[in-house]
Design a protein around this ligand. Sequence first.
Ligand SMILES: [Cu+2]
Length: 144
Amino acid sequence: MRFVIILILLFPSFALAGPMKVIGEKGKPSEVTRTITIKMHDNYYEPAEINVKKDETIKFIVLNVGELVHEFNIATKEMHIKHKPEMMMLVENEILLLDRVDKEKMKQMAKKNPSMGHTHSNSVLLSPGENGELVWKFSNKTKI
Ligand SMILES: [Cu+2]
């Protein structure tokens, strides 16, 4: 079974799509059994592949080492499709710029429209040089 870890950016996006609907849930830091560092470059990420065990809780330390804004996302293809309009909305409102995220503006907009805050437990949106963390409990054995 495969599902997706997507690096979404403004233009390129990589998706290893799969039929999985349920991919897991936000994990508890106390249950982390493995830590994986992900380096996001502008057109690829390292490691390229990760094998996940059933019920494994992984802490991802995500580094944006590229020159552009990148988002690390654990999602099914369906979730990815649903998420696209939210990303577009950020672009349209000039919050999501090619090389940075205007966090101040994002906060302001989120007061009016919470979905603009872009706080999802399954994703980390990073400006170049920024780091983030995400703890995820996978419900199935998979390769991402
Ligand atoms: Cu996003």
